[in-house]
Ligand binder design. Structure first.
Ligand code: ADP
Ligand code: MG
Length: 702
């Protein structure tokens, strides 16, 4: 946009605005310039394209435009309770008009017997249609055929409304601005090839028509163009980063698959891999052989077997003379990985060590030395791994488990530990909808493991009311008596840690009353506990010394106790869908049939009911993630809240996934031919992007 463009004009200079309203528009809606106003889009239109006969008004109509003669106009009531009643009549019938407010003012503008054009929201009273506080104006030569347009309604705020800048008044401002613009003020920047393939409306027309569409078809075409534009620009940026990294980043090369991998694969693999596991290993294998840094996100539902994939890839790195590390978000998880991986590698004689906050000084020193002199091939740990004291001789492969708990900077620190950045595999069991990952992680390569190992029985999920508590506990007892273990989860109460704690304690006492010692033993874990105590309790449950784990959501991620077959979630309505799914993933890890019981009281919101229903219907994490986004909106999905990438004005990650796919395809088509956007047809796009830069905050993973 050239600096002298009319779009840069301060908003107060627009006719009908002025300094005071200008100030409000700036503060309330972030509208500083004419251009900003154009980017403030209506969210719906009021149909004023038709004038209805009064007899055609039906209860299904929301608003209606009619024309008729005001045959009655009468004031009634006294002082504060004054009202004005009118009756409008056309050839087909009559309609009541009512004013409770501004009676004097309304009366002044109206004449009994005059002909009027009336618009408003229809309500029904004693089987008669009526409009309260209608828009009403005398019929003259200009409006005799009705107003004939789709009137835009804009988002506004309470403060603005008080100053009469209502959702519809903003339309009047836009209407004042549009005639001052010519196509050169809103030049097209979309390459012709994209416009043609997508059949898109020109930019200038799209902006005009989204504000004042001649009909709904054109309104939709304008909306489609502008949504596509938003998605396309984001996809361009993300894929530019990705393609450039593919082409130009330096990365260590793993040319061979050697003895470690082969021996393990052929002799020590405890089970055949699923096809999804094989596919992901192939993807990583080809990434790491090319000489560019891999940045791969592996999404796999709980229990899909990500650990073994990570291990096999680490063996490839070791075969090529590199060291590896794996970082987990908690001590328990790190230790679990350590135990599992040590066990698997025992017959191979590959050294594995664990570094956490509680690693003793002497051991730590020895272990750091081994990492630094290159003699230690695999180091596992918590974020203790990113401390400066941890140095590797030849770090080639980094695995980060349960990604969403780590900050971007923390991760970057890990790969600064090598001259050439190591390959990075980020693993997460929080499935996110495809549109969201295309946006948030569009600059990463993504792998999805959409298959569970064979023989897993899907967890049976039921919803039970408080009144069934006794039966639920009896059921848990049966399971325990069969040798199984049980989780009982209490919600974190966000407003008050104290309340959460008391709630948990009360729950614990109740559980204890059902399951008395010494026949039953209970572990408890909560956020207020010190880490060592937490660990002890966790380990006792893991080792089968306790049969019941009472806990807040701290055990959410990754903990593996295959013998646990019952997950009872208290106040289940307080949990989000993906959290419920994560919790459910703690059971169903063994060969026994497992159960998830969602406990709630009788009173539930419609949304909570919907969540519980979905949980009972499906075990598919991706389906649940889609639903979750649908119910809560993308901004609330865990870990995405701060991302500027999600601030689409028009496009919706829930409803526009097809358009997003197309936008990505078009972006790739352009970038693969012309990554710098230097070809003539792409230059306008290049300039548009340059102008936009700095306006969006880009959250980067890598
Ligand atoms: P997650 O993806 O949730 O991290 P894990 O890697 O912890 O899952 O694997 C869950 C369980 O499934 C582990 O006990 C693991 O040994 C087992 N497992 C993994 N892959 C397979 C497979 N292909 N066949 C059978 N069991 C498997
Ligand atoms: Mg895991």
């Amino acid at each position: 946009m050239p600096a002298d463009s009319i779009l840069q004009s301060p908003i107060e200079y627009l006719k009908g605005v002025g300094p005071q309203r200008g100030d409000l528009l700036r503060k309330e809606l972030n509208i500083h310039t004419f251009g900003d106003l154009l980017q403030h889009f209506p969210y719906r239109y009021v149909d004023k394209t038709r004038v209805f006969p009064i007899s055609a008004i039906t209860p299904h109509m929301d608003t209606v435009q009619v024309r008729g003669r005001l045959i009655e106009l009468e004031e009634s009531g006294i002082q504060k309770a004054k009202r004005l009643n009118g009756i409008l009549q056309d050839d087909t019938g009559t309609l009541d008009l009512i004013w409770f407010q501004g009676v004097q003012w309304a009366k002044k503008g109206l004449t009994k017997g005059g002909e009027y054009l009336v618009f408003g929201k229809v309500t029904w009273f004693k089987n008669r249609a009526q409009i309260t506080h209608p828009e009403i104006e005398p019929v003259d030569t200009e409006n005799v055929g009705g107003k004939n347009f789709l009137e835009p309604v804009y988002p506004t705020t309470e403060k603005l409304k008080q100053k009469f800048i209502t959702g519809r008044a903003i339309g009047k401002l836009v209407a004042a601005l549009l005639p001052q613009l010519s196509p050169s003020d809103l030049p097209e920047f979309m390459p012709v090839s994209v416009l043609q393939q997508m059949g898109l409306m020109q930019r200038f027309d799209a902006i005009r028509h989204i504000h004042f569409p001649p009909n709904m078809d054109l309104a939709n075409a304008a909306l489609n163009r502008l949504k596509f534009e938003e998605l396309f620009l984001v996809q361009l940026r993300l894929n530019e980063v990705k393609i450039k990294r593919h082409r130009t980043s330096r990365g260590v090369v793993f040319p061979t698959v050697g003895e470690n991998f082969n021996t393990f694969y052929n002799h020590h693999l405890p089970f055949p891999l699923t096809n999804a596991q094989k596919r992901v290993i192939k993807e990583i294998r080809s990434d790491t052989a090319r000489g560019h840094q891999m940045n791969r996100l592996l999404q796999g539902d709980v229990g899909s077997g990500k650990t073994i994939v990570a291990l096999l890839c680490m063996l490839i790195a070791i075969d090529n003379g590199f060291q590896c590390c794996l970082m987990a978000p908690t001590e328990i998880l790190a230790r679990q990985h350590f135990e599992g991986i040590s066990e698997l590698l025992k017959p191979m004689g590959v050294p594995v060590r664990l570094l956490t906050g509680s690693t003793r000084t002497a051991e730590r020193r020895e272990l750091l030395e081994a990492a630094a002199d290159g003699s230690l091939p695999i180091l596992l740990g918590t974020h203790a791994l990113i401390e400066d004291t941890v140095q590797f001789k030849k770090l080639g492969f980094v695995v980060i488990d349960e990604q969403h708990r780590f900050g971007v900077e923390q991760r970057a620190k890990l790969w600064q530990k090598a001259d050439i950045p190591p390959h990075v595999l980020v693993m997460t069991a929080t499935p996110i909808p495809r549109t969201l990952s295309m946006t948030l992680f569009g600059d990463l390569d993504c792998s999805v493991m959409d298959e569970l190992p064979p023989g897993r029985k899907p967890v049976t999920t039921v919803h039970r009311l408080e009144s069934a508590r006794h039966n639920v506990m009896e059921f848990a007892r049966q399971q325990i008596d069969l040798g199984r273990q049980v989780y009982i989860i209490f919600p974190l109460i966000e407003e008050s840690e104290k309340m959460a704690y008391e709630n948990l304690m009360r729950g614990y006492e109740n559980v204890k009353a059902f399951f008395p010692e010494p026949r039953y033993w209970i572990s408890m874990v909560h956020g207020k506990m010190d880490p060592a105590e937490k660990d002890t309790n966790m380990m006792r449950f893991k080792n089968g010394e306790t049969q019941i784990m009472v806990s807040t959501t701290v055990i959410e991620v990754g903990v593996n106790v295959p013998n646990a077959s019952v997950m009872i979630i208290e106040s289940a309505e307080k949990f989000g869908l993906s959290q419920l799914h994560q919790l459910r993933g703690r059971v169903g890890r063994g060969s026994e049939q497992s159960f998830c019981i969602l406990m709630t009281g009788h009173k539930l919101t419609a949304e909570a009911r919907e969540r519980l229903k979905i949980m009972c219907q499906t075990n598919d994490g991706f389906k649940i993630a889609e639903k979750d986004m649908e119910l809560r909106g993308p901004g609330d999905i865990e870990g995405t809240r701060q991302s500027g990438l999600l601030n689409f004005k028009l496009a919706s990650l829930v409803n526009d996934s097809a358009l997003m796919e197309q936008a990505q395809r078009m972006a790739l088509q352009i970038l693969e031919k012309d990554i710098e956007l230097m070809m003539n047809e792409n230059l306008p796009l290049r300039y548009h992007l340059l102008n936009q830069k700095g306006k969006t905050e880009w959250s980067k993973i890598s």
